[in-house]
Ligand binder design. Structure first.
Ligand code: ASP
Ligand code: MG
Length: 449
């Protein structure tokens, strides 16, 4: 088999854990062709962001402290693994870059990406040494993106071509290859990053390009669950779900993958296994094409920190274009709308948005709509959560909504808004934040999960 493996930051937290990941890679490589990709060591990407900002604002003390901490963390691991030479060189380069940013006194998205990419450079050097594998940067592996620094998108055609061209000979020669996660480069060779959590994306890009048989994503949990076990005692591990279900779950913050990262695997129909680094032989959750074994509802999830925004006014009734003006006003401020509902009476439109964007949203509605008299009021409910029931087989099955609302009512929970996408992959209910856990529990019980 040809297997792509990805290890997250918590699996790479120290030398001992890195050695453990290396042993998983090496034992798989006895029987298979293995390409692995890794995240930065736990916490490192956040520290690099701070470092870049401290350097740009001329905050020498903070810059110094952060560089010291990064050095200590990586040098300790390097000492245990025997990768001192590699790690010193990379750390020196990072320090030079930080000093350059300090001298310029400015942090562009481009230089920020250059700094962020160091986390994966360092972790890759460590694990490549421990696993006796060949390290390649994202650029060397052939991952080419556009120049949207911070959240670059791969140019898939050329990327797949280059990865194949560069990695196939190495695999044919019996090498195990480790590619730095999260980072890539533009067509001109300038370093880019794929967005936070982007190492998963690296794994699926590699999987697609190399026609892998399986992509294994290792983290510190056993796989995807029927609910958050911190909220529901008898939450169970899901053996298998479809790509569509996994994308839906990812949107509601499950420990799934970012929907963007699942795309290359879904397109190429390559199964993705979510596995636990610390129980590597457990089967985990398999995300794959084809109907899952199980009921129509697979999982109950909760999306926290959202707010309900209701725009109302009699003038809106029967007046085409009102919704458009509301949405374009919000779009002009980059406010992302998670859920929308309007009743037939048309006297109000309710939208669910992230709490972090609430101030911006209210301000722009005030400026662009309230003052023009098009709408009469904007009402805000800031302590809400979205509870989502997800499952592909809900599609076309009558009675699911009835069961949801009966369970919710019996649980004494008041529903503020409801939405179902036409894909019928999920039904979302907005409730008060205090009621969220109860809603999740009663639904988990009602559907026998
Ligand atoms: N190190 C990067 C981050 O923390 C990428 C990743 O972990 O996947 O976002
Ligand atoms: Mg990470």
């Amino acid at each position: 088999m040809r297997i792509i493996m990805k290890f997250g930051g918590s699996s790479m937290a120290d030398a001992e854990k890195i050695r453990h990941c290396a042993s998983i890679i090496q034992s798989a490589a006895e029987q298979n062709e293995v390409v692995a990709t890794v995240s930065a060591m736990a916490g490192v990407t956040d520290q690099l962001i701070e470092l870049a900002e401290a350097a740009a604002s001329g905050n020498r003390t903070v810059k110094h402290t952060l560089l010291g901490a990064l050095r200590a963390q990586h040098e300790t691991a390097a000492g245990a693994i025997g990768a001192d030479t590699e790690i010193h060189r990379i750390l020196d380069d990072l320090e030079t870059l930080a000093t350059g940013i300090e001298a310029v006194g400015e942090l562009t998205q481009r230089s920020r990406d250059a700094v962020l990419a160091y986390g994966e450079h360092l972790s890759t050097a460590l694990i490549a040494k421990a696993a006796n594998a060949q390290p390649l940067s994202g650029r060397e592996a052939g991952i080419v993106t556009d120049d949207r620094f911070g959240e670059a998108s791969p140019l898939m055609h050329i990327t797949c071509h280059q990865i194949k061209e560069r990695l196939e000979p190495l695999l044919a020669g019996g090498a195990t290859v480790i590619v730095t996660g999260f980072q890539a480069a533009t067509q001109h060779g300038v370093v880019t990053t794929l967005g936070r959590g982007g190492s998963d994306y690296t794994a699926t890009i590699l999987g697609k390009a190399l026609h892998a048989d399986e992509i294994r994503i290792f983290s510190d949990v056993d796989g995807l669950m029927t609910a958050d076990p911190r909220m529901v005692n008898d939450a169970k591990l899901l053996d298998g779900i479809t790509f569509a279900e996994a994308v839906e779950m990812g949107q509601f913050g499950a420990k799934s993958m970012h929907p963007r990262a699942l795309e290359p695997a879904a397109e190429a129909k390559i199964p993705v296994r979510m596995a636990n680094t610390f129980h590597p032989d457990a089967p985990g959750t398999l995300i794959a094409e084809g109907a899952p074994e199980g009921g129509s509802v697979r999982s109950v999830l909760m999306l926290k920190n959202v707010a309900l925004l209701t725009v109302s006014g009699a003038a809106m009734i029967g007046r085409p274009g009102t919704a458009a003006s509301i949405f374009s006003a919000l779009a002009s401020e980059d406010v992302n709308i998670l859920m929308i509902s309007q009743t037939v009476s048309e006297a109000g439109i309710s939208m669910v948005i992230s709490k972090a964007q609430l101030t911006r949203a209210s301000a722009v509605l005030d400026r662009k709509l309230l003052r023009t008299g098009l709408v009469k009021g904007v009402q805000v409910d800031r302590d809400t959560v979205v509870v989502a029931v997800v499952g592909a087989k809900m599609h076309g099955e009558p009675g699911i909504a009835a069961k949801i609302f009966t369970a919710i009512a019996e649980g004494g929970v008041n529903v503020l808004a409801i939405a179902q996408g036409s894909s019928e992959l999920s039904i979302c209910i907005l409730v008060h934040a205090d009621d969220g856990p109860t809603a999740v529990q009663v639904l988990h019980t009602a559907f026998d999960l």
